[in-house]
Design a protein around this ligand. Structure first.
Ligand SMILES: C[S@@+](CC[C@H](N)C(=O)[O-])C[C@H]1O[C@@H](n2cnc3c(N)ncnc32)[C@H](O)[C@@H]1O
Length: 336
């Protein structure tokens, strides 16, 4: 069954479907969803979009230097990557740690795409792969380095519209063979008002909130106790934009909602203020990808291949690729 048929079925069953479920079906439905389909080259020049680790190994080097700036004398580490896609980031981190004679005691991967799980097993056979964070075992005596790139932006999110001092949920329905957005009353409007009480919402403002990210954060808090470093980079914002951040990309180009249904990658801007708030006990730092490069690319890497490094910094830290330097943020925190 195609992605569109699955969406139509869900709409027929309940009258409408949430934006979150629509995106989850499109991205992850078995066999045909964007991330599971065998046919589509997903990420990379020949895929539908490009990511920092696919552009250059320098991204992994920066993240590792960020980790080593807190744990400079480390001898052994447990690596945990969330949503590795083709796996280049972990490969780059492994190579860099090896060059520094740091032993990687274990590699754990959280990935739910069947397509990428196969890629990871081919590229990094020693990695243990999980689709549930609860099942990843952590040894408190070994430092754990958690990292991800463009992981949270692939999670489906619900969207609400502010109308007459309430949040109504934006849902998708199909009438006379045409897809339409409808606004439905919902029970958590008061809860959302309370949760986002530091913002003044006007009529027609849009709020995005992902209960799927909430669930992951609950599991993550159980894992992040001590002796760890956490660093995640994503397309996102620190202050609620109060408008839709949903992006549809196919063949490196933006597509409109309902224009096409197959071979589309759906993503949302990530709310870094929310991530920061969730881990405030660890005093997280949020910086731009540009600052990540400025702060964590050391002299040695720079002097070894100045031209290539300059070109890559310009690409990943500058205004190419939809301004990856400023629109991509990095949050990091740790406990020793
Ligand atoms: C945009 S891709 C980024 C891939 C890679 N990190 C990169 O930078 O090239 C998002 C990745 O997160 C994975 N992913 C998204 N939601 C997930 C979830 N709930 N559990 C596990 N993996 C997930 C996808 O399958 C995919 O590998």
């Amino acid at each position: 069954m195609s992605v569109q048929q699955k969406i139509d079925l869900a709409i027929r069953a309940s009258g409408s479907i949430s934006i979150q479920d629509f995106v989850e079906i499109s991205n992850f439905s078995k066999k045909d969803g964007f991330y599971n389909s065998e046919e589509i080259q997903k990420i990379g020049n020949k895929g539908h979009f490009i990511t920092s680790p696919e552009i250059s190994s320098l991204f992994g080097i920066c993240l590792t230097n960020q980790f080593l700036s807190v744990f400079p004398d480390i001898k052994k580490v447990h690596l945990i990557e969330f949503g590795p896609g083709n796996g280049y980031l972990t490969l780059d981190i492994l190579n860099y740690l090896k060059s520094k004679k740091i032993e990687v005691q274990k590699i754990s991967i959280l990935e739910k795409s069947d397509y990428f799980i196969k890629e990871i097993k081919k590229k990094i056979p020693s990695a243990e792969v999980f689709d549930d964070l609860n099942n990843i075992k952590i040894n408190p005596n070994i430092t754990t380095f958690f990292y991800s790139n463009e992981f949270f932006d692939a999670f489906g999110s619900k969207q609400y519209i502010h109308q007459n001092k309430k949040f109504n949920e934006i849902k998708i329905t199909k009438i006379n063979n045409e897809y339409k957005l409808v606004y439905e009353e919902n029970l958590i409007s008061a809860h959302l008002k309370n949760r986002y009480s530091n913002y003044e919402f006007e009529d027609k403002d849009i709020l995005e909130h992902s209960v799927l990210i909430d669930n992951l954060l609950i599991q993550l808090k159980e894992k992040l106790k001590k002796n760890f470093f956490f660093s995640t980079t994503d397309y996102g914002y620190l202050k609620l934009p109060r408008k839709s951040t949903l992006r549809l990309i196919s063949n490196h180009k933006k597509v409109n909602l309902f224009e096409e249904f197959e071979n589309i990658d759906y993503s949302f801007g990530v709310n870094f203020e929310y991530l920061k708030d969730n881990f405030k006990t660890f005093k997280p730092k949020v910086i731009s990808q540009k600052e990540l490069f400025k702060n964590y690319l050391n002299e040695n890497t720079y002097s070894e291949n100045k031209d290539q490094v300059d070109k890559t910094i310009d690409m990943l830290g500058g205004s190419h690729f939809e301004n990856m330097g400023d629109q991509f943020l990095n949050i990091s925190f740790y406990s020793v």
